[in-house]
Ligand binder design. Structure first.
Ligand code: ZN
Ligand code: ZN
Length: 340
């Protein structure tokens, strides 16, 4: 029987799950961000300002959804000073309830963007208010508290953050890895974490993957160096209601991309079938040193592939790479899902 992991019948909504507005260090207001993304064919925007949980639900419309959330960080020094030679942890917190503005583990040194004393005093808080600690135990406590407070927690831009890989592999309860981050990619040219994602999957960490712009819009949107519209997440949801979109994310009904689109991933008789926009390579990663792949004849492109899944593969995930090297990444699907 044919099983679909991405069905061609499912609606796909284009989302930017990582952006900054004037509520932290972004240059555009939430209204300006919404307008720009809507004009570029997006249907979903999460404004994830630094340490500033904020609902923009009033900007949602029937054809455009604003997701509530924020970006939290943990630095190596208690005073939370930025140090470009030190690692740091950045987490995006996506609220399952659009009105949830709870701040996790409030700490004075970190909360520099909530300037209004009334708002600061009225911040809903959860978790310890002691100084943040750069330790695996503390990060895991932070993530656990956020999950208990109704957030889906993602691990952001692993390349930029420069954490030791073993630490990242030790984090628990993450819902997704930000496998591509456009703002960081623009700077370093290597912000793609496919290899790290495979390591997480090989450790049986059941987390998904997504991509985001992390735009701050310091330059105009029309500028070729703009940090908007470069990395996105396609969310497979029945409709654009908040509940439907957030539960699609929670179930991993999404994929990451900087260009290519994935129309179908299905499996029948041990063969994984992929349909996509024109590609220069389609790869089936399974945690083995020898992934299966398909390439077109010289000078041509592929729009589908049939790739045999190793019968002992613990998981699989699909990547579609176009002629300019842009990558789309599905999440990992474990044996329990494809053998069920
Ligand atoms: Zn960040
Ligand atoms: Zn960010």
């Amino acid at each position: 029987m044919k099983r679909y992991f991405i069905s061609p019948d499912q609606k796909q909504y284009r989302a930017n799950l990582h952006s900054h507005s004037t509520f932290s260090d972004g240059m555009l207001s939430p209204e300006e961000l919404k307008r720009a993304y809507r004009e570029h064919g997006y249907s979903i925007l999460a404004i994830t300002d630094h340490e500033h949980p904020k609902s923009h639900a009033h900007l949602s419309e029937p054809d455009f959804l604003m997701l509530t959330g924020y970006e939290a960080y943990i630095r190596t020094n208690a005073s939370a000073q930025f140090d470009r030679y030190e690692p740091e942890v950045h987490l995006n917190l996506f609220a399952k309830d659009p009105q949830n503005e709870t701040m996790i583990c409030f700490n004075e040194a970190y909360v520099k963007y909530v300037n209004d004393p009334v708002e600061r005093a009225s911040l809903r808080r959860a978790g310890s208010e002691r100084p943040r600690e750069y330790s695996v135990a503390y990060v895991n406590e932070f993530i656990r508290t956020a999950v208990e407070c109704g957030y889906l927690v993602s691990y952001n831009h692993p390349v930029w953050s420069m954490e030791d890989e073993e630490r990242v592999l030790s984090y628990e309860n993450l819902f997704s890895l930000e496998i591509q981050n456009y703002s960081s990619y623009r700077q370093n040219g290597i912000e793609y974490s496919g290899a790290l994602y495979d390591k997480l999957l090989r450790r049986r960490k059941a987390l998904f993957c997504h991509a985001g712009d992390d735009n701050h819009n310091k330059g105009p949107l029309s500028c070729p160096r703009s940090d908007s519209f470069g990395a996105f997440t396609m969310i497979l949801s029945d409709d654009l209601s908040y509940d439907s979109v957030i539960s699609a994310m929670e179930c991993g009904e999404m994929y990451a991309s900087m260009g290519p689109l994935i129309h179908e991933i299905s499996m029948e008789n041990g063969i994984v079938h992929v349909e996509c926009s024109p590609a220069a390579r389609i790869v089936l990663y399974t945690g083995s040193k020898a992934p299966k792949y398909a390439v077109p004849a010289h000078g041509e492109t592929l729009t589908e592939a049939d790739l045999k899944l190793d019968p002992i593969a613990p998981y699989f995930r699909v990547a579609v790479i176009d002629e300019s090297g842009k990558i789309a990444s599905s999440r990992g699907f474990f044996r329990s899902e494809f053998n069920a």
